[in-house]
Write a protein of this length. Structure first.
Length: 525
């Protein structure tokens, strides 16, 4: 069998062999183990036209028809498997007067704090400040992933600085992840289970833990009269074996599945987006493009159980030449076509932004479709996954972080409710969709007024709580204080340094405080 599967799977049973006599004989069978759960996050920048993005109903069941008139139309076939959490705010919002966050750069502090919920330092540094805490992907991966490292993919292989970086492996330490499809595919192909395997190995490959395979043997041993010391050793061994056996390649982790996902040598060696070209003219189209290769590799990584924490980071400052656009995505988000916050609007800029929004919606729908196309347990890989589309801000002109556009597909093995929108703030079905369309009515815009966003007192529930939900859904454990901790045994109730964006003023001068601990119970199934 494959060496890496051996080391992560039946290697534990071999260690146990001297103590479990029947393991070498009858090969006890067990019932199927619970399918693994994963988080696959897609992150895009510069917000969206919120009025066109959100369905009208902010709380309650949603059908395909509710999505058809919105940016989310490509996701309408999956309406029953969607969760749209409404009313959430991210941390460290930039304003011209510094009333809801640090006085840094409008991109740097938001990107750095988004997944960390920590301020960036040094305070007041417009371009090089970095967060003083680790990001969500690394906090989760520490407990869940091989080597404690997430699978973080830079879609298009763009190298990004503090204004776009979101993954931090340690305080002020940006994590580059991997950028080329070939890097990712090479690592995954070493997990393929194309050769013959015996019954026990096959059971492990299908996702059963080694403890499940030898459960009958364990039960027999536990009935034996033994010393307290031996019983303690047995319990410790069971715990170790269980930890070793939680990440296994499935029976569908093979070259056939890879080929069905387009993960072939030819496709993964094609130049990524913009490589070898001027990014201004780099082609991105409505059809299967280089971005989809990354998504398909994320799905393959999920099928192979290579890593339960997977992030796809789309590039900032990108020009979607293949969509007929000639200005970069940041300038379009500002409505001016440049980095300026006020001035004449770029003619037709709202339609340009909507073109980008729809493109991202198609990319996320493609990811969801691939996850849902592969059977796993009683459902599909999607059913055992939380696939989440995060956006850096809500409206790209206002740069507001309240009323965030977050879309989730999949219930993470039944942890989350799906099939509708959930207003976590007050349960009302008429939460504001924002004011994105108010920009440029007279041909000019002033982003410093934030008039295109959502009023600052609406839709302000902390994103920290949603992060707690995601961590608990995947089995991350906390210490006695509720913060994620290796070796913990409690549910995660605390995350980050602050959960109120106003506490970020001053850049860490306020005492660390989580005002509203716990996840959103209303999101749970």
């Amino acid at each position: 069998m494959n060496r890496r599967i051996f080391l992560r799977g039946l290697g534990g049973a071999v260690v146990a062999a001297p103590f479990l006599g029947s393991l070498r004989g009858s090969g006890a069978r067990a019932s199927a183990a619970t399918a693994p759960t994963r988080l696959i996050a897609m992150f895009t920048q510069y917000g969206c036209v919120t009025n066109r993005f959100f369905p009208e109903r902010s709380h309650g069941a949603l059908t395909a028809a509710d999505l058809e008139s919105t940016t989310l139309a490509p996701l309408s076939p999956f309406a029953s498997k969607l969760l749209i959490p409404r009313g959430i705010r991210a941390m460290n919002e930039w304003t011209i007067t510094g009333v809801r966050g640090q006085d840094n750069d409008l991109h740097v502090q938001v990107a750095g704090s988004y997944l960390t919920c920590h301020p960036v330092t040094p305070n007041g540094d417009r371009f090089e400040a970095k967060p003083i805490g680790r990001s969500l992907d690394h906090v989760m991966a520490e407990q869940l992933s091989p080597g404690g490292t997430p699978l973080f993919m830079r879609v298009g292989n763009f190298n990004e600085g503090p204004s776009s970086a979101i993954s931090y492996s340690a305080p002020e330490t940006a994590y580059p992840g991997v950028g080329t499809p070939l890097q990712i595919f090479s690592a995954l192909s070493g997990l393929f289970t194309d050769g013959p395997m015996n019954a026990d190995t096959y059971a492990v490959a299908r996702g059963k833990s080694v403890v499940d395979i030898v459960r009958d043997d364990l039960a027999s041993i536990e009935r034996v009269d033994m010393s307290r010391s031996d019983r303690t050793k047995l319990e410790a061994w069971k715990d170790l074996l269980d930890r070793m056996g939680t990440v296994m390649a499935s029976a569908q982790c093979n070259t056939a599945t890879a080929a069905a996902l387009g993960a072939t040598d030819e496709n993964v060696q094609a130049p990524p987006i913009g490589e070898g070209t001027d990014p201004v003219t780099a082609m991105v189209t409505d059809t299967l493009d280089a971005a989809d290769i990354y998504s398909n590799l994320a799905v393959l990584a999920a099928v192979c159980n290579a890593n339960p924490v997977i992030f796809l980071k789309y590039p900032g400052l990108f020009v979607f030449g293949g969509l007929g656009l000639t200005h970069d995505s940041d300038g379009i988000g500002h409505r001016t076509g440049t980095g300026f916050l006020s001035g004449p609007c770029l003619p037709g800029v709202l339609d340009m932004q909507h073109t980008i929004d729809r493109y991202y919606a198609r990319k996320f729908a493609h990811l969801v479709e691939q996850l849902d196309s592969i059977d796993e347990g009683d459902g599909t890989v999607l059913d055992n996954t939380a696939a989440v589309w995060f956006q850096e801000v809500s409206d790209g002109c206002a740069r507001n972080l309240n009323n965030l556009p977050i879309i989730q597909a999949g219930s993470a093995g039944g942890y989350f409710k799906t099939g509708g929108a959930v207003n976590v703030e007050d349960g009302s079905a008429d939460l504001s969709r924002g004011n994105s369309e108010s920009a440029c009515e007279d041909g000019t815009v002033d982003a410093t007024t934030q008039s295109t966003g959502t009023p600052a007192n609406i839709a302000t529930q902390p994103i920290n709580k949603y992060y707690c939900n995601l961590m608990n859904a995947l089995g991350v454990k906390a210490g006695a204080d509720g913060f994620p901790a290796n070796g913990g045994s409690e549910e995660v109730t605390h995350y980050g340094m602050y959960d109120r964006t106003e506490d970020f003023i001053g850049g860490g001068t306020m005492p660390p405080t989580i005002h509203d601990p716990g996840g959103f119970d209303i999101l749970r199934a």
